[in-house]
Write a protein that binds this ligand. Sequence first.
Ligand code: SF4
Length: 321
Amino acid sequence: MPILETKGVKAYYSTPLGYIRAVDGIDLTLEKGVILGLAGESGCGKSTLVNTLMMNVRPPLRFIEGTIILDGKEISSMDRSMLKKNVWGVLVSLVPQSALNALMPTQRITDLVKDVVMHHMNVSEQEVVSMAKKRFEELNLEVDTLYRYPHELSGGMKQRVVIAISTLLNPKLLIVDEPTSALDVSTQKQVLKMLVDLKRAKIIESMIFVTHDIAVLRQIANWITIMYAGKIVESGLADDMLNHPKHPYTFSLVNAVVTPEPEVRNRGLASLPGEPPNLLDPPKGCRFNPRCPNAMEICRAKEPHLEEKSNRLVACHLVFP
Ligand code: SF4
């Protein structure tokens, strides 16, 4: 049984001008034990998708339709209080992109830990603190850190602390959204190592790692899913995808990274001409067609569906089985 399975999931932002179709028909299966790298340009819907996957949907975002099954339970029909009690923190935890800024400057780390854990479990303050100490030791974090204020910690340390706290209840699935984007290369490595350690130590079972940086995925993911304009365009085994991308968008993404020119590497997809489409009124047919160097007549008329083609899921008229 997969840890996560979705069918036809749609979540749109409601605006006075209409719906922004940020997550538009997502079918995703995540097998147990897998680290899935979710990649794509900024604004392609990655963060909206991961929030939707755990049903953390608040206005102006609206869950439109679809089914989400997490560890065998259909969570797409649960209300917020049920999710808080039985799902969040226990089955799935999300470390959001803004996690570092979300730490309250006036709260010591230990108070934050108490807030998080006592919200989900009927335990005493002492029990929470001893759970946190044990977890910090397991992850080679100094236990003293628990008694510090956020401003006393470096960016990398704050990120590791937030991840440690998010996994205190041993969630089966951990979702981390751009955990390394604000960090320098050596601190990035420490955070990636900690994430791998969490899985090795069986504290978590599976992970979704969200990034716009394909180079980071080479270091951590064993499965990769690429999103473009609210849809999945390609999904497959990490090494195979990175060495032999099939979808023209994945090809551009990977190519921007392998170039030896540091400036182009840093710009990433900026080397791809054009802009991502306006999701209030996305292009007809394939959403990538205005930017695709291989676009054909059919691409402007008919939407390609995600289909299995040579051990890969691809949504492109150009790729044959
Ligand atoms: Fe390009 Fe057509 Fe494939 Fe879309 S379906 S990626 S436009 S070739």
